[in-house]
Design a protein around this ligand. Structure first.
Ligand code: UDX
Length: 439
């Protein structure tokens, strides 16, 4: 099939390459000239394992190209909208200007019988509104909502082998046509037996925000338990292991620590609350405010813990921060808990040096007032404390004996329960982690 993908960020670039991998002829459209140029040279404009290879393969096969010209989307049977929906400045609601602009641009090329598919995370009600707009301008064109659940760091795998397909389609024959086109795009994925949920627009939109709210709640639940563990001397890691053996609960997303960040979970739960308010159902989601609060408290607690181990004052203390990305295998620093903590420490008088294997360029650009180092050893030179705030594999594998020779004081704070506590304490380090005993 001929497919267009509008918006070539974390979602769209991976989606475009994955659709080409499935055998389609794909054009990716983005307004950012530099991004388009990089993608056409098989260079992902962000860090995502496996994406460069996938781009290289599909560009080489001639099935994929990127452009800034919306006119090139003409003739595609299916047009995917993959633009961002960030949080609005100064309020909780999602900013839909990019979704609206992408739809407007597509209206100029869309033909009857073609399908516009929204993949961006949007407030419930958006698809119905856009469908009305499309119907008014191009009668006979179809609209579907097909949320994307990919995780950064696993985006290629998650797009080619999703754990479910959710189609929000209109009722009646238009819905049948939309479903048939989506099934054709995803033939390989459907044939692999991937579960499908075919539903209305509102349910499809809500599946995404409900899923992210559930994940955020799960993380904040275990972090609330961590707060209690700190108050009682219990151990949150053992607690998570023990409750996780119950398969109704499950161990995944029960890693206590610095909490969630990134471009999705924080803004999605806030946009969900804002939308519930508009719909007069805000009470249903007041618990998400607490989920958000618990999450933000972890960052404050981390700073307090750093102060505690630095003998009660951060003034002039040299602190190494290992990790800047919001999670490992990503260079994404949007709402990064690690950088949030690094800045609080610096503002409170510590001499902070941040390192990260992938996110240093982005960090320098966004937060130029922080000091950066290329390696953990450089960051930790003569440090009074080392904070591990993103659980990169490289940091898990650090040798505590050799690393101990670099620092002034062997104090480590494990913000992600990433380190082998016994090995570090055996090497003479004082080991502290949120929700865990200090011994
Ligand atoms: C998330 C959803 O998982 C994905 O389905 C959706 O499409 C987009 O949002 P992502 O933002 O890539 O994906 O990251 P995810 O792996 O969910 O992690 C989010 C944050 O939660 C990270 O900051 C991570 O460090 C944190 N986290 C995750 C925890 O603190 N504890 C856990 O147990 C798991």
């Amino acid at each position: 099939m001929k497919v267009s993908v509008v918006g070539c960020g974390y979602l769209g670039a991976v989606h475009a390459a994955a659709m080409a991998e499935l055998g389609h002829e794909v054009v990716g459209v983005d307004v950012d000239q530099r991004k388009v140029a990089a993608l056409n040279e098989a260079r992902a404009p962000f860090f995502e394992p496996g994406l460069d290879e996938l781009l290289g393969r599909t560009l080489g096969a001639g099935r994929l190209r990127f452009t800034t010209d919306f006119g090139d989307a003409a003739g595609a049977q299916v047009h995917f909208v993959c633009v961002g929906t960030p949080q609005k400045r100064g309020e909780y609601a999602a900013d839909l200007r990019y979704v609206e602009a992408a739809t407007e641009s597509l209206l100029a090329v869309l033909q009857p019988g073609e399908l516009l598919v929204g993949k961006s995370t949007v407030p419930v009600g958006t698809a119905a509104r856009l469908a009305e707009l499309v119907d008014g301008k191009v009668p006979g064109a179809l609209v579907a909502w097909n949320p994307e659940f990919l995780r950064e760091g696993f985006a290629v795998q998650d797009t080619l082998h999703p754990d479910r397909l959710v189609y929000g389609v209109p009722s009646g024959p238009d819905g049948e046509r939309a479903r048939a086109l989506l099934d054709e795009v995803y033939t390989t994925i459907v044939a692999a037996g991937t579960p499908q949920v075919v539903t209305d627009y509102a349910t499809a939109e809500m599946v995404k925000t409900a899923a992210n709210s559930f994940l955020a709640t799960k993380i904040s639940f275990i972090n609330a338990m961590a707060e209690l563990c700190e108050a009682t001397g219990a151990d949150v890691k053992q607690l998570a292991d023990a409750i996780g053996f119950d398969d109704r609960i499950g161990r995944k997303f029960l890693n206590a620590g610095l909490g969630f960040g990134g471009g999705c979970l924080p803004k999605d739960i806030r946009a969900f609350m804002a939308r519930a308010g508009e719909l007069g159902a805000d009470q249903a989601l007041t618990f998400l405010r607490e989920v958000d609060n618990i999450n933000m408290r972890r960052r404050i607690r981390m700073v307090e813990l750093a102060r505690e181990v630095c003998d009660g004052s951060l003034l002039g203390k040299r602190v190494a921060v290992l990790g800047a990305a919001f999670k490992p295998d990503s260079d994404d620093i949007r709402d990064s808990p690690a950088l949030n903590v690094a800045q609080q420490l610096q503002l409170q008088g510590a001499v902070v040096r941040v390192t990260d294997p992938a996110a240093l360029d982005n960090s320098r650009r966004e937060w130029p007032h922080l000091d950066y180092a290329a390696t953990p050893e450089e960051a930790a030179e003569r440090a009074d404390a080392v904070l591990v705030l993103t659980e990169w594999q490289q940091y898990k594998q650090l040798d505590p004996v050799a690393f101990g020779r670099v620092v002034a004081r062997k104090r480590v704070l494990d913000g992600r329960q990433a380190l082998d506590r016994e090995a570090w304490t055996a090497a003479g380090w004082s080991y502290r982690a949120l929700g865990r005993r200090s011994d």
